[in-house]
Design a protein. Structure first.
Ligand code: CA
Length: 248
């Protein structure tokens, strides 16, 4: 399928880079959309060394087509030479709902971050970023991709924290947690998205099934409840955005 004005231009992309290793069945594909040669090749080298299959694209045009097939995650620079990165993000999200999109931005303005998440990005990193941070976020998104594509009732485990969704039970180490119903659902959402920024809107939609934003005091109360049970550092507040569950 050709997205109007987007799919027909020639795609200046390089072939998939393959590390000199034997692939497992579990190989994961990452599309890096970045016009800065030095950053793009640096990312490709590092990601390839981590066992990912990496595809590079130096412009926004052709992104939807490049993400076709088995791409699991896109690292998207917002400052591209041809199409605005936010627009690329929207088109990717529309065409590939299950894709993980991580935006790189030199804009650390809160509004830009919110705009990026509203455009369908799952997460963001502000340049300059630490490589270790990027890799941790990517691992986290890859986990989420595998959780959401696997049986939804499969047990979840993040660090010491374990959740059995079919039994609706949760443990921190050996100790079982006593959770209110919505705390349990919030915790599950957080675990699936560990390390990933979640907007208040998205949380309200998923856990309370409402986009009504008149008051989200309920959300704050439940976050407080989870912090009391898991430790305050388990959930980071992202001012003006929402929350991020940190790996314990
Ligand atoms: Ca750029």
């Amino acid at each position: 399928m050709v997205t109007p004005g987007f799919g027909e231009v020639s795609v200046r992309s390089r072939p998939l880079l393959r590390p000199p290793t034997v692939w497992t069945m579990d190989e994961r594909r990452i599309l890096v959309i970045e016009d800065d040669e030095a950053i793009a090749s640096g990312l490709a080298r590092i990601l390839t060394s981590q066992g990912y299959l990496v595809h590079l694209l130096s412009q926004g045009a052709g992104a939807v087509r490049a993400a076709d097939g088995d791409v699991d995650l896109v690292v998207l620079d917002l400052g591209l030479p041809d199409v605005d990165g936010l627009e690329v993000c929207r088109r990717l999200r529309t065409a590939h709902p299950g894709l993980a999109i991580l935006i790189l931005t030199a804009r650390d303005n809160e509004l830009d971050v919110v705009a990026g998440l509203d455009a369908g990005a799952d997460d963001y990193l502000v340049k300059p970023f630490r490589l270790s941070e990027l890799l941790a976020r990517i691992r986290s998104h890859m986990r989420r991709v595998s959780v959401t594509t696997a049986h939804s009732e499969q047990p979840l485990q993040v660090g010491e924290l374990r959740v059995d969704r079919s039994a609706r039970r949760a443990w921190l180490g050996a100790q079982e947690l006593v959770l209110r119903p919505k705390e349990f659902e919030l915790l599950t959402l957080f675990m699936i998205n560990a390390g990933i920024a979640l907007t208040r809107e998205r949380i309200m939609e998923r856990v309370w099934d409402t986009s009504w934003m008149g008051s989200t005091k309920t959300l704050d109360t439940h976050v407080l409840g989870l912090r009391n049970k898991l430790g305050a550092e388990a959930i980071a507040t992202l001012r003006g955005v929402g929350y991020r569950f940190e790996l314990p």
